[in-house]
Design a protein around this ligand. Structure first.
Ligand SMILES: [Zn+2]
Length: 421
């Protein structure tokens, strides 16, 4: 009896060691991709290209097969980059980009000091009064709007729309909000500068703003990465994730993008390792896309220039931000009636395998790389995790926030789903 117990103990330890190994591989990839070396996998300091080189090597090391003689599919596009000056002062006090504020990525070059015009709260709440502000009061100034004071969502949306039309002919707008500022990528330039300020850093009173921003439009040469594990049947399952992120601002601020989406890339590579070790009878394709943050550019390009007929793909699972999970996962597309069976399958596996994942269904959404494929008739869903403290599109999206709380469960759920398809 004692011997049997010891044997069970050893087996259990071995089992958990195996599981821990899986997570340690995922952690290693997340840590590497979100390190300063790759500078946010964007468009300054060669971030996105260096990340592609690293991932291509990793695909080779783990034993994925390339479709042609390499894993890469090249494409190019133009984005705005901010490689140099990027500073902001309010009444001579310097603020910290990324934490205190972020300037909208469609900002052009700007240098100078400008007057500030603050819109009083009672006017901000009243659409008619807001539209009646005389442009001579605001022309060539920076207009401050305390959006955090508004509880009416309709009114905030109305204001955002008016700002996008530059309704006050201002030089720019400072939106004071009660959330940390988020950044994105843009290819175009806007005449008015939009600055998002975290309200906890915005001063009580500000009269002038001094800005120095150097921005340029840069042509980018980049690549999607594609590899596969061969199968013996016609069935093809594809796992996808974008490896690009937002890059950086100036010389030292960068967006690590650990959760978004080093986590999804790491999961895809881990899934590849699993199938290389224990081959399935179906073909597994792994695609790591570039240009997602610039507008789903890599996945759109692939979906229009596929390396094999898209009709061969039986199902696609896109992973974008799967680094947490204490509150479960969301499956995008699952609410659509054509995915009723697929969603039921996910739920059945969750119950049968006692994964205890809280699975939420969401409707069709063009919010990640599954969408261009769906548009071309490929069936597939997008999965992301919920819960934990995450910093979406912010310099705080670091590997420390990637808890992998539901990683093992997500891994089991999707590989079982592929098996049963
Ligand atoms: Zn993402």
């Amino acid at each position: 009896m004692k011997r049997i117990l010891i044997a069970i103990c050893i087996l259990c330890c071995f089992q958990s060691l195996l599981q821990a190994q899986d997570t340690s591989y995922v952690r290693k990839i997340v840590k590497t991709l979100s390190s300063e070396q790759y500078f946010g996998r964007g468009y300054t300091k060669q971030g996105v290209q260096l990340a592609a080189d690293y991932l291509e090597q990793e695909m080779k090391t783990i034993g994925l097969t390339p479709f042609l003689d390499s894993y890469t599919q090249d494409l190019s596009y133009v984005v705005n980059v901010f490689p140099g000056a990027y500073s902001l002062k309010l009444d001579n006090k310097t603020f910290q980009a990324g934490t205190d504020y972020i300037i909208s990525p469609d900002c052009g070059n700007i240098n100078g000091e400008f007057e500030i015009y603050e819109i009083p709260l009672q006017i901000l709440k009243d659409s008619a009064k807001l539209c009646n502000i005389k442009q001579k009061k605001t022309k060539n100034k920076f207009v401050v709007l305390h959006l955090h004071e508004l509880s009416d969502r309709k009114q905030s949306n109305f204001i955002r729309e008016k700002i996008s039309e530059n309704f006050l002919k201002a030089r720019g707008y400072i939106l004071v909000q009660d959330v940390y500022p988020i950044w994105s990528i843009s290819a175009s330039k806007n005449e008015a500068v939009i600055i998002r300020f975290d309200k906890s850093y915005f001063p009580e009173l500000a009269e002038t703003i001094e800005l120095h921003v150097e921005s340029k439009q840069k042509p980018i040469e980049t690549s999607n990465l594609i590899g596969y594990v061969p199968g013996n049947t016609d069935k093809t399952i594809m796992f996808t994730a974008h490896y690009d992120h937002l890059g950086g601002i100036g010389d030292s601020i960068f967006f690590p993008g650990a959760h978004d989406n080093a986590s999804g890339v790491a999961a895809c590579l881990d899934i590849a390792r699993h199938y290389i070790e224990k081959p399935a009878d179906y073909r597994i394709i792994i695609m790591l896309f570039t240009g997602e943050e610039a507008g789903l550019l890599g996945s759109t390009y692939y979906s229009l220039n596929p390396l094999f007929p898209l009709s061969e793909i039986d199902f696609l699972i896109n992973l974008d931000m799967v680094g947490t999970g204490s509150k479960g996962i969301t499956i995008v597309n699952a609410k659509d009636s054509t995915y009723k069976d697929a969603f039921a399958k996910f739920e059945a596996i969750n119950t049968q395998d006692s994964l205890q994942l809280k699975i939420q269904a969401r409707g069709i959404s063009a919010n990640s790389d599954h969408y261009p494929f769906n548009e071309q008739g490929v069936r597939g869903v997008f999965i992301y995790s919920r819960g934990g403290k995450t910093f979406y599109h912010n310099p705080q999206d670091k590997q420390q926030t990637v808890s992998l709380a539901a990683y093992q469960e997500i891994f089991k759920l999707i590989t079982k789903f592929a098996d049963q398809l």
